[in-house]
Design a protein around this ligand. Sequence first.
Ligand code: HEM
Length: 130
Amino acid sequence: MKPADVEQQSLYERLGGTKGIHDLVDEIVEAHMSNPVIKARFLPYKDKPDQLIQIKKHVVDFFDAGSGGPAVYTGRDMPTTHRGMNINEAEYMATIDDILKVLTEHGIDEDTRKDVLAILYSLKEGILRQ
Ligand code: HEM
């Protein structure tokens, strides 16, 4: 595919559409559960499978809608979601590292990874120390 064609694809398309985003989120959550910096935040959901399915659905819809896909996000906004967690910078970086690692493993190109990174960074103030 020529570079001009790549540029014309929406971020949603470049992430593989709804199926691609679903697969990415599955692996990102797995990565969070084995990342020493943040696993304590996520491992408890292994004992609450129904809740985990619901959260994953919201995260998939969040990325779908936020990248130009058809989904409607019905989860909470970022400050409300993360309120009371008091997330610090190291934890924030750990989630971003996991996300970028999984995108790379899925063959997502560097420009697309940078687009995702820019979106994640723009959400920082609403997630840190809520
Ligand atoms: C990198 C940017 C982040 C984004 C875009 C993001 C996005 C989301 C979304 C969309 C949800 C689902 C909300 C809902 O179900 O209503 C969620 C839930 C959650 N996030 Fe984040 N998040 C981010 C960073 C973090 C970080 C750094 C942590 C902690 C290390 C974290 C911990 C959690 C937890 C524990 C939940 C489940 C909350 C619950 O019990 O409902 N997130 N996040």
